[in-house]
Write a protein that binds this ligand. Structure first.
Ligand SMILES: NC(=O)c1ccc[n+]([C@@H]2O[C@H](COP(=O)([O-])OP(=O)(O)OC[C@H]3O[C@@H](n4cnc5c(N)ncnc54)[C@H](O)[C@@H]3O)[C@@H](O)[C@H]2O)c1
Length: 381
């Protein structure tokens, strides 16, 4: 028997979802395909500033409406919910348009790449009173849900320390830097470390960071205005601590396609040790192995060994997309259509994640331990 049964908000049940998807890159595509297959989605609108991508995805999903203008789509009377799947630096404008119409929101991480923008979004969401969640997909993996349950039910007692190490294939960093216009905030912590940070804070269940000290290296991406790796130690309000070691410069030949992590959780009465480097299913081939979620990528990849399952959000197999993005997206549809309580990261938590990521980067930049929380202006001094 589960320790807790999910709550349902009966008032919201059964209202057909009129969905707008803004951004037709790999992530917008996957979520749109899932929307096409969810019975509660009665109307689907697709938008990308790149007409070719919008048209392709519109055709593949049989969308009701396709446009290159997000404001036009979000103003349609059929729309009552929106997925914002634009690249990291382009969430703010479509989110604000969606809020003007009171649409429920699913926003990809990070909420923004600027503290004031993130604050603006968080405040606007609260003022509009809309339900807004974010794409922190790792929460929807069974292993982490199970760990969360064991911690919540006190199986290792009060948690006193968490140490997390995460490593990304450099391919992802190159892709994110290529599409960003702000490289000083396109850092390993803000763009990808935010996933492991969200996981740790979620597992720590309300413990608050009160100070941070961090250090970065920049041998490879320094010339592009970014960082290679950042290690941080975070003090928590109950005297506990969290260490976060994050690097996004594993070489292109590293067998992990995207993300691998290890998290050690020490409690007063026990330990949970999570090995999530995906070394359990290994492929070796004379043929190149791509990341598997962008068309044509395999042809250019220098990798010949693949940790299968190392795309942590899932992948296509036998004609459909499988993995935690599917669980996460369908759970959001359940949230909208069935009024079901779900473990999604809220936009408010996403904002807190961004503030802590930015504080880590600021501590590394200044070489100083910083007391938290910081005032907004501290980030701009
Ligand atoms: N949840 C996860 O596990 C996960 C995994 C990968 C990426 N992401 C996040 O998902 C988001 C999208 O990632 P991606 O790899 O698909 O990005 P992408 O850059 O490939 O696609 C983004 C698309 O948005 C379009 N776009 C930009 N501004 C627009 C606007 N104003 N109106 C309409 N379209 C606009 C771009 O033309 C582009 O096609 C990012 O925030 C990324 O960090 C999440």
């Amino acid at each position: 028997m589960p320790a807790t049964l999910g709550k349902h908000d009966m008032a919201n049940q059964g209202q057909e979802i009129g969905l707008a998807v803004i951004g037709c890159g790999p992530i917008g595509r996957i979520r749109s395909e899932l929307a096409r297959d969810y019975p509660g989605v009665g109307w689907l609108g697709i938008c990308d500033i790149r007409e070719d991508l919008a048209t392709d995805l519109g055709q593949d999903t049989g969308a009701n409406f396709v446009t290159t203008d997000a404001a036009e789509l979000l103003a349609r009377p059929e729309v009552n919910a929106a997925i914002i799947a634009t690249q990291e630096t382009a969430h703010v404008v479509p989110v604000m348009h969606a809020l003007e119409h009171g649409h429920r929101l699913f926003i990809e991480k990070p909420l923004a790449v600027d503290v004031r923008d993130s604050e603006k979004i968080a405040q606007a969401i609260e003022a509009a009173g809309v339900d807004a969640v974010m794409g922190y997909t790792q929460r929807f993996r069974r292993r982490f849900l199970t760990v969360k349950e064991r911690l919540t039910t006190g199986q290792i007692g009060n948690v006193t320390s968490v140490s997390a190490r995460a490593m990304l294939n450099r391919k992802i960093a190159e892709m994110c830097l290529a599409r960003a216009n702000q490289h000083d905030t396109t850092t390993p912590v803000v763009i990808s470390g935010t996933h492991v940070l969200d996981m740790c804070l979620w597992l720590l269940d309300g413990k608050k960071p009160v100070a941070v000290y961090a250090h970065s290296t920049d041998h490879i991406f320094g010339s592009a205005g970014s960082k290679d790796a950042t290690f941080a130690i975070i003090e928590l309000d109950d005297g506990g601590m969290l260490s976060l070691n994050h690097s996004w410069v594993a070489p292109l030949v590293w067998p992990g396609a995207v993300y691998g992590m290890q998290i050690g959780i020490i409690g007063e009465q026990g330990v949970i040790d999570i090995e999530d480097m995906h070394r359990d299913v290994v492929l070796a081939s004379e043929l190149p192995q791509g990341a598997g979620y962008k068309k044509g990528e395999a042809d250019e990849a220098p990798r010949h060994v693949d940790f299968m399952g190392s795309i942590p959000f899932g992948e296509y197999a036998v004609g459909q997309f499988w993995g935690p993005v599917r669980e996460e997206t369908n759970a959001w549809f359940q949230r909208l259509y069935m009024g079901q309580d779900t473990p999604h990261t809220t936009a408010r938590e996403g904002h807190q994640n961004l503030l802590l990521c930015m504080a880590i980067d600021l501590s590394a930049k200044r070489g100083e331990k910083l007391a938290l929380p910081l005032e907004t202006d501290d980030f701009y001094r």
